[in-house]
Design a protein around this ligand. Structure first.
Ligand SMILES: Nc1nc2c([nH]c(=O)n2[C@H]2C[C@H](O)[C@@H](COP(=O)(O)OP(=O)(O)OP(=O)(O)O)O2)c(=O)[nH]1
Length: 130
């Protein structure tokens, strides 16, 4: 049976309506695909605590979770990912890439030009069409 993963990802927008996008490194699963930064929810952890912890670990900056933007379940070849995208705002610091190959701020209308992890595509489409 495939493993089910509960994953939170941060939708962080700046004052120019640009969204923070992260490129998964060649060493990660889903290598060289774009994603919203985040990671697996640990047992007993709330979604907000999980995204705030993951962003501190991955991007070295403090965020506040605002609300759930999109919730999608995607079946990959080996795993089923429940990806919960949460709108967040930066409270302290600037995002720094600890684990990703690249971090960029991208305008919503240009998001479709990136090669996204398949689970992210519905959230990306919602961002573009909003
Ligand atoms: N962080 C994040 N993960 C995503 C997104 N979309 C998507 O399919 N995933 C998948 C990739 C991973 O299989 C899973 C968990 O993310 P993770 O960031 O903890 O993955 P990881 O590389 O640490 O996983 P692993 O190598 O330890 O198995 O969710 C996304 O937008 N953000």
């Amino acid at each position: 049976m495939k493993k089910n993963l509960k994953v939170v990802a941060a939708i962080i927008e700046n004052e120019y309506n640009e969204v923070l996008c992260a490129l998964r490194s060649p060493q990660m699963t889903l290598p060289n695909m774009w994603e919203f930064p985040g990671g697996k929810v640990e047992s007993g952890e709330s979604l907000n605590d999980a995204i705030e912890r993951e962003i501190m670990e991955e991007l070295d900056c403090k965020i506040k979770a605002l609300d759930v933007f999109h919730d999608n379940t995607h079946e990959y070849e080996n795993v089923i990912v429940n990806l919960i995208c949460i709108r967040c705002k930066i409270v302290e610091g600037l995002p720094t890439s600890n684990e990703h190959s690249e971090l960029i701020w991208f305008r919503r209308e240009n998001l479709e030009s990136l090669r996204w992890a398949p689970a992210d595509i519905p959230a990306v489409n919602k961002l573009i069409s909003e």
